[in-house]
Design a protein around this ligand. Structure first.
Ligand code: SF4
Length: 196
C-alpha cells in the first residue's frame, strides 16, 4: 500500500499540484467540472478511457485524440493535455515509456496545463521500482493491447529489451521536476486500480 502522504509531499516539492480521490468516478467528476470550454489533447490513455472521460470532456470542450479521430498535431496544439504515467515513484518522479513520442513530448512541452491521472496500482516505493514497473508491467501489457509481435506480448511476463521491429519502447521520460515550459501540472491520484 502506497504511502499517500509521502507521495503527495514529494510531488508537491517537485512542483506538481496534487489532488486525491478514493474512486475513479469522483476523479472523473472533478476533471469534468474543472475543464470546460477548453481545447484538450490526449495521447493514448487506457486510464482516461476507463474513466469515461473522453466522451464527457468532448461534450463541452474541444477534445483531440488520435483515439477519437484527431491527429497528433491537433492534440499537441491543445491548451490542456491529459495523460497518465507508466510508473510513479513515492519519491516524486513520473515515468513514461513511449513508442511514437507524442505522449511523452506533451508531458514536457507545449501545453499550459498538464494533468496526470494515476491509479494507485502504478505507484512504487522508489524510482528504481517505478522504472521496473513501467518496463516490466506497463509496457508488456501495452504491447499485448496493441497486438504487436514482441516477446513480451507473446508471454506477457516481463520486458525482454527486444530488437523487434515492432518494439513499442523507444523513448523513456522521467519528470524529476515540473518542466519549466509547463505553467501548471497536476497529478490526480485515484485510490483504485486504473490503466495498465
Ligand atoms: S522493449 Fe520489447 S520486450 Fe521490452 S516491453 Fe518493450 S516491446 Fe516488450
Amino acid at each position: 500500500m502506497a504511502n499517500l502522504d509521502a507521495l503527495r509531499t514529494n510531488l508537491e516539492k517537485h512542483g506538481f499540484h496534487t489532488v486525491y480521490f478514493p474512486t475513479a468516478k469522483e476523479a472523473a467528476d472533478y476533471l469534468d467540472g474543472k475543464l470546460d470550454a477548453r481545447t484538450i489533447g490526449m495521447g493514448g490513455s487506457v486510464t482516461i478511457q476507463q474513466m469515461g472521460l473522453m466522451e464527457r470532456l468532448a461534450a463541452h470542450n474541444t477534445f483531440y485524440s488520435h483515439w477519437a479521430g484527431a491527429t497528433h498535431e491537433q492534440a499537441a496544439g491543445a491548451e490542456v493535455y491529459l495523460c497518465s504515467v507508466n510508473g510513479l515513484a513515492e519519491t516524486g518522479e513520473l515515468i513514461n515509456i513511449d513508442g511514437t513520442g507524442n505522449r511523452v513530448a506533451s508531458t514536457i512541452y507545449g501545453h499550459k496545463e498538464v494533468y496526470f491521472v494515476v491509479g494507485m496500482n502504478k505507484v512504487a516505493p522508489t524510482y528504481d521500482q517505478a522504472l521496473w514497473r513501467a518496463r516490466n508491467i506497463a509496457s508488456p501489457k501495452n504491447a499485448q493491447r496493441l497486438g504487436v509481435k514482441t516477446p513480451c506480448a507473446a508471454k506477457g511476463d516481463k520486458c525482454y529489451d527486444c530488437d523487434s521491429p515492432q518494439r513499442i519502447c523507444r523513448a523513456l521520460t522521467v519528470l524529476w521536476r515540473k518542466p519549466n515550459a509547463i505553467p501548471y501540472a497536476e497529478v490526480v491520484l485515484v485510490g483504485e486500480p486504473l490503466g495498465l
